[in-house]
Design a protein around this ligand. Structure first.
Ligand code: HEM
Length: 160
């Protein structure tokens, strides 16, 4: 009985972490799209203009006109680099505290800017749509992608 309880506890605890295989699947998927920084940010703003409106540099501007600007490229690169960093740390439990620290900071900074849970969910929908239409996709990839986002969003939402 004690053994079963321990197993159950372990299963719950490990749901927060990606296995080595899951992390490998995630990296393969991310590697297919991570060089499309500008395109990714464009698709997020296009689907959800309220996200674009939160950016002082982009609010009220025509999306197709700002897409080619240095500011747009800079922000797109910041977002993609952040995600790349978290993904590179995933699949190794020893890195869990580092992920927690990075993502908590992101949550705190975005709370300070007034970003809401709904907007984070919009961001999630948009980037998932982008990935599923630009990388090799299937049930297994979708499950890993969603697990990874659930893990990160649990940390972010605890700060909002
Ligand atoms: C998981 C989703 C997101 C990631 C990974 C992300 C990532 C980042 C990063 C790395 C930065 C630059 C560092 C910083 O100042 O914190 C940043 C800044 C910012 N983010 Fe996000 N972000 C996300 C979601 C959102 C959403 C949903 C909104 C708005 C609705 C938003 C609005 C902003 C704004 C306004 C800035 C400041 C831009 C500036 O300095 O002019 N972010 N974000």
């Amino acid at each position: 009985m004690k053994f079963l309880i321990l197993c159950a506890l372990f299963a719950i605890a490990s749901a927060d972490f990606l296995s080595v295989e899951q992390a490998e699947t995630l990296r393969e998927t991310w590697n297919k799209i991570k060089h499309n920084e500008v395109d990714i940010l464009y698709s997020i703003f296009k689907a959800y203009p309220d996200i674009q409106a939160k950016f002082p540099k982009f609010a009220g501007k025509d999306l197709d006109s700002i897409k080619g600007s240095a500011d747009f490229a800079l922000h797109a690169t910041r977002i993609v680099s952040f995600i790349s960093e978290v993904i590179s740390l995933s699949g190794n439990k020893a890195n869990a505290p580092a992920i927690e620290t990075l993502v908590t900071k992101l949550g705190v900074e975005h709370k300070d800017r007034g970003v809401t849970k709904d907007q984070f969910n919009e961001f999630r929908t948009a980037i998932t749509n982008y990935a599923s239409s630009h990388a090799t996709w299937g049930d297994n990839v979708a499950a890993v992608w969603n697990q990874a986002l659930d893990n990160v969003y649990t940390i972010i939402f605890s700060q909002l």
